[in-house]
Design a protein around this ligand. Structure first.
Ligand SMILES: [Zn+2]
Length: 730
């Protein structure tokens, strides 16, 4: 074993072409597996180490990840292998994936060759909750700063989560700049395809600029930056997600690595290729933190997932990890069919209107009834921002009180939902007047505009006030579902150091404060469902996924083609029950309903103004969605690419491998062709399948092999039409 460590050390120290040495070393290394000792096991996941504590390996049926101590000082990742495809993603030692920052202006990772870097100071591991967490401690000898970097693997998935805690054990304050919890370096000689995804900005064009999947070839010297956007909300520009993929000759993806950052504040990612080396840096940016003696700061977490197959397979594998280890658990029959008052009524809500709407919504089959903005004191029938911060019922609109409406909704068999926007405050309210010191400020100026200001959740007093006030709202009004909106830009964030945070870490502190309030509410009310929203999908990220159950994708929800485009793109990164979209007043055809069925489905019209035929159609469509819902939560296959024009068809196939049944939802927007033939996926070639058209009852029996190879011809006679086929294995 010592021979191997020496070989690693040589490989690291010299920069000559190393491929042949490295390949030999890795083969030799693989040959030494027998000398490794298993020190933890969780399900199919194993952690082993050598007897001298120099080599550590996480192995699952999907991947093998090896970290090694070099020269007794530095820690490197020396192997990252996809065991399904045999692809080795690393050919020479690279820094630990979960740690990169600046200490007093010097860039630091686990592999800085100079003596002024971090050196190995021990390791530990923890096996619990279905995961193994391997941690490396690194110490900066001169500054006496210690980082603990984690590599956490999860049973049953090929995801690895990384990040670090940095603690000052010295006597002088150290300045930390940036918290990159993903510092991935991989090597590959073949072309690599990079995929990125934009966030949920409002855009009425087609194709929209929101939830766009972009593919580019990462050629030698190429680079790509993704980031939250200048306004500061986490997905105003991009989703903190990427995929590095290998492709076959026909350019279809065969395997790769997807990754992302779990953070709802400002962030940045940078991906580049130089020769065979691809690096990815992602982390919380614009964080300058003065770390005092005996204090610590924790980075956001990042994740990586090695997948085999195409991007639909990657999405499915990612969703399985998210569902089991990241997201709050789903209540039964989730995602519930939602009625929301906003698009139909805006602020013109009152007791009589909403009771009548509740009667109809219950009759349609809605499962949760959400009262959106406008229910609080100070809000009339104009700007919904008036009164933000009061967070008490408007008795003018609700003479018997909101609890009476909530009781009525419950009697109708629905859950009761209520909208809030805690981070924005109306300057005319008592909250703003009594606590001017709670407003976020940049260089002495309040962050916001007009009557509104951004509150600073980096201030512990604000966090405590909102925990208490929102808990009161939930208890007093019988709230089962809290919709948390966020309609204000934060820019570079608050730098008022009188708030209890530092001048350089305002967005970091605000994000932690936001998480603290949501975590408190979920612990206090275990059955509470939280819906996220930020003028649409401007803060939909892998950090917020830990704290909310579903997310409103986009305020541009009026055109079915755009909604389908959003659902198609967002699905690659986010679990289907987070993809919340609604039918609004403008369109009520069957196609309009079906276009919102690729995720969490809802309606937001004026129900009282729907005629009898529309009510009957809605009822039928809601029943259809409930039948479709179990399949949507399973596998999706995109049978057509994300549409680039209105001429393109969109076809989703949803399939439950366990019951071997599912459905195909097809949409023809403006295509000249009445028919399209698409190859189905995920079927057993040797089985027979029954396919039934939901509209015509036309039934076909075909072999899986035929459907996989020759495909199914779908006909939609009218432009703007749709088709739904139920698929069942016989
Ligand atoms: Zn502040």
């Amino acid at each position: 074993m010592s021979r191997i460590v020496t070989a690693l050390a040589i490989a690291f120290q010299i920069s000559l072409p190393l491929q042949c040495i490295v390949a030999y070393r890795l083969v030799k290394f693989a040959g030494e597996v027998k000398a490794m000792e298993v020190i933890a096991r969780v399900g199919d996941l194993v952690l082993e180490k050598d007897e001298k504590n120099r080599i550590f390996r996480l192995i699952s049926p999907d991947f093998s990840l090896t970290a090694a101590l070099i020269n007794g000082k530095q820690v490197a990742i020396v192997e990252l292998r996809n065991l399904r495809t045999k692809t080795q993603w690393i050919s020479k030692p690279v820094p630990l994936f979960g740690f990169s920052t600046e200490l007093n202006g010097v860039q630091i990772n686990s592999l800085r060759p100079s003596d002024d870097g971090m050196t190995f100071d021990g390791f530990k591991h923890e096996a619990k909750n279905g995961s193994i967490n391997l941690q490396f401690r690194l110490r900066h000898r001169r500054l006496n700063v210690v980082t603990t970097t984690w590599l956490r693997a999860f049973d049953g998935t090929s995801a690895i989560e990384t990040g670090f805690v940095i603690r000052n054990e010295g006597t002088e304050t150290v300045t930390i700049n940036g918290l990159n919890s993903l510092a991935l370096t991989i090597h590959h000689s073949k072309p690599i395809q990079l995929f990125t995804l934009t966030g949920g900005r409002y855009d009425g064009k087609f194709p929209p600029s929101s939830f766009v999947m972009t593919e580019r070839t990462l050629a030698d010297g190429a680079s790509c930056e993704i980031f939250c956007g200048d306004e500061g909300r986490s997905s105003a520009r991009d989703i903190a997600w990427f995929a590095l993929c290998l492709a076959s000759k026909d350019s279809s993806v065969t395997e790769g690595i997807v990754g992302g950052l779990e953070w709802s504040g400002r962030w940045r990612g940078f991906i580049q290729r130089q020769g065979d080396t691809v690096t990815v840096r992602m982390g919380a940016t614009e964080v300058v933190h003065h770390l005092k003696p005996n204090s610590e700061i924790i980075s956001p977490s990042s994740f990586l997932l090695l997948f085999s197959g195409d991007l639909d397979d990657a999405g499915w594998q990612l969703h399985q990890w998210q569902e089991k280890f990241l997201c709050p658990s789903m209540p039964p029959n989730f995602p519930w069919v939602q009625f929301n008052s906003w698009f139909g009524w805006a602020t013109r809500i009152d007791e009589a209107i909403l009771m009548r709407e509740a009667d109809i919504a219950a009759n349609l089959g809605c499962e949760v009834f959400v009262v959106d903005a406008g229910w609080y004191i100070g809000c009339g029938i104009g700007d919904f921002g008036h009164g933000l911060g009061n967070w008490a019922e408007n008795r003018g609109k609700f003479p018997k009180g909101l609890k009476a409406l909530s009781d009525y909704v419950h009697q109708k068999g629905m859950k009761f939902g209520l909208w809030v926007e805690p981070e924005r405050v109306d300057l005319e309210t008592d909250l703003a007047k009594q606590h001017p010191d709670w407003l976020a400020k940049r260089d002495g100026r309040v962050i916001g505009g007009g009557r509104y200001a951004h509150l600073c959740f980096g201030n512990p007093q604000v966090v405590e006030w909102f925990k208490e006030r929102l808990a009161k709202v939930i208890v007093d009004y019988g709230v089962d579902w809290l919709k948390w909106d966020y309609n204000i830009a934060y820019g570079l964030g608050c730098n008022d150091a009188t708030h209890g945070h530092q001048s350089g870490n305002g967005t970091y502190a605000h994000t932690r404060g936001l998480y603290a309030v949501k975590a408190f509410l979920r612990e206090r009310f275990p059955h509470l469902v939280i819906e996220g929203c930020a003028s649409g999908g401007n803060r939909i990220d892998f950090g917020i996924l830990r704290h909310v159950h579903t997310y409103w994708l986009s305020d541009f929800t009026h055109r079915a083609a755009n909604v389908r485009f959003h659902l198609t793109g967002a699905w690659f990164a986010l679990p289907p029950y987070y993809l919340n979209t609604w039918v609004v007043h403008e369109g009520t055809t069957v196609t309009e309903f079906r276009s919102r069925m690729g995720g969490a489905f809802g309606i937001s019209p004026r129900l009282a103004q729907w005629d009898k035929a529309t009510i009957e159609r809605a009822k039928k469509c809601i029943a259809e969605y409930k039948r479709l819902r179990p399949f949507i939560l399973k596998r999706r296959f995109l049978l057509t690419p994300q549409a680039r024009s209105l001429q393109d068809w969109t076809i989703w196939q949803f399939h439950d491998p366990e019951s071997d049944s599912g459905a195909i939802l097809a949409f023809r927007e403006q295509s000249q062709n009445e028919r399209i033939t698409v190859r189905l996926k995920g079927l057993n070639p040797k089985k027979r399948y029954e396919l039934k058209n939901a509209d015509t009852d036309e039934t076909l029996i075909q072999m899986g092999e035929q459907l996989l190879r020759n495909g199914l011809t779908i006909a939609i006679i009218e432009t703007g039409g749709s088709a739904l086929w139920w698929v069942k294995g016989k």
